[in-house]
Write a protein that binds this ligand. Sequence first.
Ligand SMILES: Nc1ncnc2c1ncn2[C@@H]1O[C@H](COP(=O)(O)OP(=O)(O)O)[C@@H](O)[C@H]1O
Ligand SMILES: [Mg+2]
Length: 358
Amino acid sequence: METFGRYQLVRRLAVGGMAELYLARQVGPEGFEKQLVVKRILPQLAGNQDFVAMFLDEARIAARLAHPNVVQVFDFGEAQGSPYLVMEYLQGEDLRKIWRQAQALRLPIPQALTCRIASEVCAGLDHAHKQTDPSGRPLGIIHRDVSPQNILVSYDGAVKLVDFGIAKAADTAVVTRSGVLKGKYAYMSPEQAAGRPLDHRTDVFALGVVVYELLTGARLFKRDSDRATLAAVAACEVEPPSAREPRVPADLSALVMRALERDPTQRYQEARAFGEALEGWLHAHHLPAASTHLTAYLRHLFPEPLAIAPTPTAPPPPPTAPVLTGTATGAWPVRGLALAAALGALLALGLALAAWRL
Ligand SMILES: Nc1ncnc2c1ncn2[C@@H]1O[C@H](COP(=O)(O)OP(=O)(O)O)[C@@H](O)[C@H]1O
Ligand SMILES: [Mg+2]
């Protein structure tokens, strides 16, 4: 087990373009032990001023945030020439993994749970957006990378936003290389894709894209090339979710479309307003969407979350789930459920027959 600063790295959880994440242990006197996540800048990038500056920015912003829907950052330091930050370990899955597993098992994410997740993310975003400096001046923090990979759902039903890696506070002096678009193209707002000035409403749009995809089972702007994806974002021609997936009710569809307005002045003006609209929808339809329901659904998707996976030494294999290509309808087929029901019925019939013969 590698020792890194005050922490022991247990296994690697993820590696991205800029940093790698480890499940880590902090061991102290009298049997004190705590599981944490250490995120450190990739060793080969530790000498790159831009990346280090961005990483420091992430640490500074994250340190200001304390909210149930934002992963808590505890510590920041430098070891072996690499800056790192330490955060709470969330035993759970990110939304991209959940989405893929839901596709693979043909267990569509219930609409009510999609609304619950998104509403929680709205609360986390609202907290970040409204941060002020000690004198009360707004910091203008924008996440800028709201996407399924950066939304975690824990096995006890908590929803948390992670990765303020490219977030920006209006008053930071960090210079990122000009002309380089940061963030995931398929979740950018039209203003972000065009490189225009941004405000917090870009995060509202990005979350709208996430919700759209969860509801319809289809990617909204993703195309075969980055160029085509950016062009689709810029054009921002969005077919209502209800047209793409008939199971999405019209009122929910309309609510999502408002987050996806090309003109930021036509969107929800605050993340909180988007969250309230989602909560209002849940309330109006008396839908069950408590954290216990989220837990139950997650357990259904990932029956053995506690199994410790071996430390990955090679890149993970490609997902077995079919990659969605945005079919107009039926992207969340119920065939799997029907099959399971049919198998259950057959089994029951067999048992009845056996009992009868006895
Ligand atoms: N605190 C955490 N607990 C558990 N898993 C995490 C945590 N933070 C991030 N992850 C997982 O690691 C992945 C990468 O983390 P992230 O901070 O987004 O790094 P990157 O900057 O490389 O995107 C996430 O998509 C998520 O699956
Ligand atoms: Mg990320």
